[in-house]
Ligand binder design. Structure first.
Ligand code: R1P
Ligand code: URA
Length: 235
C-alpha cells in the first residue's frame, strides 16, 4: 500500500490509464477490461487491474486538478513500478474548429500552476511534454480505428472556473487547443521519475461557444478515446 493507493505491490500493471473521474475508471474496467479486479477504494479513488486484448492494464482515478493527479502519478511510478501513464480526460475546447466529441492528444501542456515555478525557483519555465513514442502510437492507432485525433498543446489550469477568459483568448491565439486540469503535472512527474506519459482528451465542452455534451455524445466520444488509450498502452 502507498499512502493514497490501497493495492499491494504487483496489483497494478506497468501500464495505467488515468482518468480524473474514478467512476470513469469503474466504467472502463467494467466495459472494456476482462477479469477486472478493484485494487483500491482509498478515498473513493477507484483503481482496477484487468486485461485488454490479453495484456495486463490498470485504470486508476486521479481526481481533479494537479495536486491530486501528482499524488497518484508519483505513487504509481515510485511505489508500484508503473512505466507508462495515459491520462484519458475531458476538456473544454478553445479552438473554433474543434467540436464536441473530438479527440485531442496533448503534445505539450502550458500551465498556470505554480508547481513547476516552485520546482525551478521561478528561474525556468519548464515545458511539460508528452512521451513521443506514446504520442506516435496513439496517433497511428487512432488512424487505424478511424477516429480523427488532433495533436496540439493544451492548458492545464488550476481552476475549472476562470475570471480571466481573456487569457484563454490569448492562449487560443497561440495555438492552445483546449483546457483541462492535470496534464502538466502528469508529464512533469513522469519525466522526473523516468516513466512515459501521454494525455488524450475528449472535447466535452466548447468554452468559446458555450456548448456541452449530452450524455449519449459523451458515451460515444469517450468510447473512442478509451479504445485509443488502451491500444496505446499495450502497443
Ligand atoms: O474528465 P477529467 O479526466 O476529470 O478531466 C477534466 O474534468 C475535470 C473538471 O470537470 C478536471 O479533472 C478536468 O481536467
Ligand atoms: O471546460 C472544461 C471542460 C472539461 N474540463 C475542464 O477542465 N474544462
Amino acid at each position: 500500500m502507498s499512502v493514497h493507493i490501497g493495492g499491494k505491490p504487483g496489483d497494478i500493471a506497468e501500464r495505467v490509464l488515468l482518468p480524473g473521474d474514478p467512476m470513469r475508471a469503474k466504467w472502463i474496467a467494467e466495459t472494456f477490461l476482462e477479469d477486472a479486479v478493484c485494487y483500491t477504494e482509498v478515498r473513493g479513488m477507484l483503481g482496477f487491474t484487468g486485461t485488454w486484448k490479453g495484456q495486463r492494464v490498470s485504470v486508476q482515478g486521479s481526481g481533479m486538478g494537479m495536486p491530486s493527479a501528482s499524488i497518484y502519478t508519483h505513487e504509481l511510478i515510485n511505489e508500484y513500478g508503473v512505466k507508462s501513464v495515459i491520462r484519458i480526460g475531458s476538456c473544454g475546447a478553445l479552438a473554433l474548429d474543434l467540436n464536441l466529441g473530438d479527440v485531442i492528444a496533448a503534445i505539450g501542456s502550458a500551465t498556470d500552476s505554480n508547481m513547476n515555478r516552485t520546482r525551478f525557483d521561478g528561474l525556468v519555465d519548464y515545458a511539460p511534454v508528452a512521451d513521443f513514442s506514446l504520442l506516435r502510437k496513439a496517433v497511428e492507432l487512432a488512424e487505424a480505428q478511424g477516429t480523427p485525433i488532433r495533436v496540439g498543446s493544451v492548458l492545464a489550469a488550476d481552476g475549472f472556473y476562470t475570471d480571466r477568459p481573456d487569457l484563454y483568448d490569448s492562449l487560443a491565439d497561440y495555438g492552445v487547443l483546449a483546457v483541462e486540469m492535470e496534464s502538466a503535472a502528469i508529464y512533469t512527474i513522469a519525466a522526473r521519475y523516468g516513466a512515459k506519459a501521454l494525455t488524450i482528451l475528449t472535447v466535452s465542452d466548447h468554452i468559446k461557444r458555450g456548448e456541452a455534451m449530452d450524455s449519449a455524445q459523451r458515451e460515444k466520444g469517450f468510447t473512442n478515446m478509451v479504445k485509443i488509450g488502451l491500444d496505446t498502452a499495450i502497443a
